[in-house]
Design a protein around this ligand. Sequence first.
Ligand code: ZN
Length: 495
Amino acid sequence: MTAELVDYAEAVTAWEPVIGLETHVELGTRTKMFCGCPTAFGAEPNTQTCPVCLGLPGALPVLNGQAVRSTVLIGLALHCDIAAWCRFARKNYFYPDMPKNFQISQYDEPICTDGYLDVDVEGEIVRVEIERVHMEEDTGKSLHVGGATGRIHGATHSLVDYNRAGIPLVEIVTRPVEAGPNAPAVAKAYVEQLAELLRTLDVSDVRLEQGSLRCDVNTSLRRPGDAYGTRTETKNVNSYRSVERAVRFEVSRQAGLLEQGTRIRQETRHFHEDTGTTSPGRSKEEATDYRYFPEPDLVPIAFPVDVVEELRASLPETPAVRRARLRDAYGWSDLELEEMTNAGVLDLVVSTVELGAAAPAARALWQNEVAKAANEQGVEASSLPVSPTDVARLLALVADGTLTAALSRQALAGVLAGEGDVDAVVAARGLAVVSDDGALRTAVYDVIAAQPDTAAKVRGGNMGAVGPLIGAVMKATGGKADAAKVRSLLVEVLT
Ligand SMILES: [Zn+2]
């Protein structure tokens, strides 16, 4: 069954990759899909459960209205049709982390269908068609103990945490994308830009690393013009970069098999972050019979048309439209916008500029200083105790000469350390530039008196010698003097 991998560039000269993406998004609702249990991430195992999400006999589900609204909002943002009437279905299978032995999902009546997302792939727009967006509930989590890699293989026992069981999930399924040689980049850009859109809609925190966004990547190859080949499904790829690598690897692997005449097995595969390879999981040779039937404990959903229209009218500006607007208004390049987005500071920079700060300075401070601090602490920049108001004030103080760049960094450090707002930190730490001419002049005379030889060199016309004197004055004022002003004072006194 194994074959040599074919070099990617070579593989795509003979074979055409076709990809499909299935993305699961955990909605950021306060409570679960069918019960009132909280959804907060990271709680002690099995502390966020109740008879409904534990599937105890007789417990009945009650639908979370906010989850339905969020799903419709996602469907509208993806240009989907919203079903006037639809139902939930039971998907029957046994798995220990699924306490009811069925998952409430949607089958042949999804709430949103036939949409698209226009994806910007290195400046070119690729339309990815959306087949369906449907609602379901998440499963619990199994933890296998004793094995080497957390896998069930080699484990001595398993633990199950049902906190995640019943968290609202939305599954977004694309149609096959005939992406050609660019397939890995298209897959990555799609997931990134879908995540960005979901974040803009404020329906999920969209964290791949915490599993609130999970991506399955289908890949198949065909000879140009042929029908679609057999596809493999690489499960739970958990970074944007990995989405790209998974497609790239599958193309190389499948090309190797096809070229030696071996047919592709329809199966799920696991992606390995460390090696960038995939390995086989469950075979899907025979389609699993989930014995779907309409969920009898829930009434059908007839989402009111006027609420659909209300939600449509409330859709925020899409990230793509917003990027174009900001590019025109503030002169940021696509790369700068992407960097700010990736650093999670774009909204913060925009708010800072709206408060009167210069666009380049606001971008530099958030991206170079605040985002760096956030990164070091492993948190989002937006969760640090510094606001656009603080940054705008800081930049205003630099602009009017009250703070030097170095002093502004100290002031920011104070704000980040929770010492108060900018003015409070500047006052408490005594950071303002020494602008009192008398005090500065005294410091200049003191330094000249202390370094007569250097001063004599400057008097003799050696302007290179003025540097050490400036340094000494800066040191004497604790770095709080304006270096340019110190220089002009020294020159004035000595020449
Ligand atoms: Zn519950």
